[in-house]
Design a protein. Structure first.
Length: 386
């Protein structure tokens, strides 16, 4: 285990009927707020109707900024920054999943600077301060409710980049599993895939050979995510299943899984970001396509950790090579069982597009310093996704 500093300032309020606490919690952050949410579902499922009265009862002045899409857009963030400046907003409230929260984080950071917010994502500028952020989570997936990361798509350049900074951590996040009862089956599955990918990026990219505590923690989370996802796909109103899935997805990317692992990378996300930037497919759907191919590529180079994954998560036995490949196959079979795509052709992406996708991915590979992923390596992985 490596030396590490674990810092997470986010207050979590977890459980049934907790959305009503957003008003008093936000009042401690500012009196004039920007309320950020998605398109139609937030109002259709009644969550907007739970949040707004709580904010109003707390005496807050509310400026609404709806319309966040599943792959959040730079143009919408820029519009939110304009609103926040126009109304001298003091705090941001995000009601939604990772896309909404990431948009709110970008607005919180971009409002306070003179330059364009995209400079943060290109690693040309660093974040020095942000407006305070409070969240009401409605989708178990990204973990953005308890971390300092954000991802945004620039629709002009067709680039999807991510950036992290501890100042982006929400001050408070409310996690009520009942608010996820109406999430449709496809996005429930995509959220579970995303959470698993977060865990496995750390699990497989650490080079430290002695991380037994973190390994067992991450393996347990993967097992729980698959089991709880299966439960809620059978019964969308299974509270315990929703609670397990929500908390597991939060734990997957709140800093605890990566503690002590040393240098890690996000190569699967790096490749997938180009899929969702170029074709606007759901992030989790893109990950279930990329993940098995990347894992097979890496398992041929270093089978040991992949063998351990197969043995512990799927109870496999045999040689390292057998357990490694069989474990990857089992994970891919689970993706199929929850109706998440596993090939490019399933989402209408032609093999002829692979060089373009790989070229697009190179910009993020450079920013994230994934130097071993040149165009030919990325193309090799994408070719295995057909």
């Amino acid at each position: 285990m490596q030396n590490f500093v674990l810092y997470n300032p986010t207050k979590i309020i977890f459980g049934k009927d907790t959305a009503k606490e957003i008003g008093p919690e936000t009042a401690a952050l500012g009196r004039k707020i920007l309320l950020v949410y998605g398109k139609s579902s937030c109002k259709a499922n009644g969550i907007h109707g739970q949040v707004l009265p709580s904010l109003t009862a707390a005496g807050l002045e509310i400026i609404e900024h709806g319309g966040v899409v599943s792959n959040p857009l730079l143009s919408h963030v820029r519009a939110g920054i304009g609103l926040a400046r126009q109304h001298a907003v003091q705090a941001i409230v995000a009601v939604g999943g990772g896309s909404v929260i990431d948009s709110a984080k970008a607005i919180a950071a971009g409002t306070l600077v003179d330059h364009d917010v995209w400079q943060f994502f290109k690693a040309k500028k660093s974040i020095k301060k942000t407006l305070p952020l409070a969240c009401v989570l409605t989708l178990a997936a990204a973990g953005s409710e308890m971390n300092g990361g954000m991802v945004l798509t620039n629709e002009e350049t067709r680039q999807k980049f991510g950036v992290g900074n501890r100042l982006l951590c929400p001050r408070v996040s409310i996690l009520d599993p009942t608010l996820t009862f109406t999430v449709p089956p496809d996005y429930t599955a995509y959220g579970a895939v995303d959470a698993i990918a977060h865990i496995l990026e750390f699990y497989f990219t650490t080079r430290d050979p002695a991380t037994p505590v973190q390994d067992r923690f991450m393996e347990g989370l993967v097992i729980n995510i698959m089991a709880s996802c299966d439960r809620v796909l059978r019964d969308p109103a299974d509270y315990q299943g929703r609670a397990d899935l929500m908390w597991s997805a939060t734990l997957a990317l709140n800093g605890w899984t990566a503690a002590g692992l040393g240098m890690v990378g996000f190569p699967m996300h790096m490749i997938e970001h180009s899929l969702s930037a170029l074709y606007n497919i759901a992030h989790g759907a893109g990950l279930s396509i990329v993940m098995p191919a990347w894992m097979r590529h890496q398992a041929r180079l270093r089978p040991g950790k992949f063998s351990q994954f197969g043995q512990r998560v799927f109870n496999l036995t045999g040689s390292d090579e057998r357990c490694a490949m069989a474990g990857i196959n089992r994970l891919e079979e689970w993706f199929v069982s929850v109706n998440s795509p596993t090939t490019l052709s399933q989402v209408g992406i032609a093999a002829a597009d692979i060089p373009v996708i790989a070229e697009n991915a190179l910009a993020l590979a450079r920013i994230w310093r994934l130097n071993e992923y040149g165009k030919e390596v990325i193309m090799e992985i994408l070719t295995a996704c057909r």
